[in-house]
Design a protein around this ligand. Structure first.
Ligand SMILES: C[S@@+](CC[C@H](N)C(=O)[O-])C[C@H]1O[C@@H](n2cnc3c(N)ncnc32)[C@H](O)[C@@H]1O
Length: 230
């Protein structure tokens, strides 16, 4: 399934920003490139207002993904958050940043964006939002951090923004896509593989010594895990 704004080629940027989480919630899931490429969470929830999108996901039968047919806003307003969720929101683009009009079956006007962003600002968990820069995001997500990446569209290359309400993570939920370009990701992957090969090749005593050094230098507390928002 292809969508304008689909993350088929840019999902790495979003995954590289994700701290460890127990529950993953992706609203406006569409083709769900991010959801399909990340390591699963203990619980994953995908939401879309379009019944055809949900039917497509049911046909794919992704194990462990709970599908919700409905409006993202309704789901988020009612969900009993515990703090260890990560919500990823990729709404249809704001009408004023769009180069084509009417591209989705379920349209999203300026008022819809305002209501969504106001709601996201109140969520008691970690949230990532993607889209094109627009003053309403700056106003309603005040104090959030941002990062940008360039992405090809049908016609040209545009800068997409990710807004997020937490410190950039030192530990990632899924570190397999580290790097900002294809080349960088390939280099990172090879470097890690070489390191792993060297550790495999150690004799057991040397490996144990290495492990002891690792444990004392980087105690378990620093290695992290899933934590709720403070
Ligand atoms: C920007 S796309 C999502 C792109 C997606 N991240 C991908 O990688 O393909 C828009 C999706 O939002 C859905 N949508 C529109 N309004 C919605 C709403 N109020 N709640 C949930 N989903 C909505 C549309 O049905 C469509 O599937």
């Amino acid at each position: 399934m292809k969508y304008p704004g689909g993350k088929g080629k840019t999902y790495q940027h979003v995954i590289n920003l994700m701290p460890p989480h127990r529950v993953y919630i992706e609203t406006h899931v569409g083709g769900g490139a991010v959801l399909r490429h990340k390591l699963p969470a203990a619980r994953s929830i995908a939401i879309d207002a379009d019944d055809r999108v949900i039917a497509h996901w049911r046909a794919m039968a992704l194990p462990g993904v709970e599908l919700v047919h409905g409006r993202a806003e309704d789901f988020l307003a009612r969900h009993p958050f515990e703090g260890d969720e990560l919500v990823y929101v990729d709404p249809p683009y704001h009408p004023e940043t769009r180069r084509q009009t009417r591209i989705y079956r379920h349209e999203y006007g300026a008022a819809d964006h305002e209501a969504l962003l106001a709601l996201l600002a109140t969520l008691p968990c970690r949230v990532i939002v993607s889209g094109y820069a627009h003053p309403v995001y700056d106003a309603l997500l005040r104090g959030w951090r941002t990062t940008e990446f360039r992405a090809k569209t049908h016609t040209d290359v545009r800068t997409e923004t990710l807004w997020f309400n937490f410190e950039p993570p030192e530990i990632l939920h899924d570190s397999r896509h580290r790097g900002t370009t294809f080349r960088e990701r390939q280099t990172n992957k090879r470097r890690l593989e070489r390191l792993q090969e060297r550790i495999h090749a150690m004799d057991p005593v040397e490996r144990a010594a290495f492990r002891q050094w690792l444990d004392t230098t980087y105690p378990a507390a620093q290695r992290g895990g899933v934590s709720a928002v403070p």
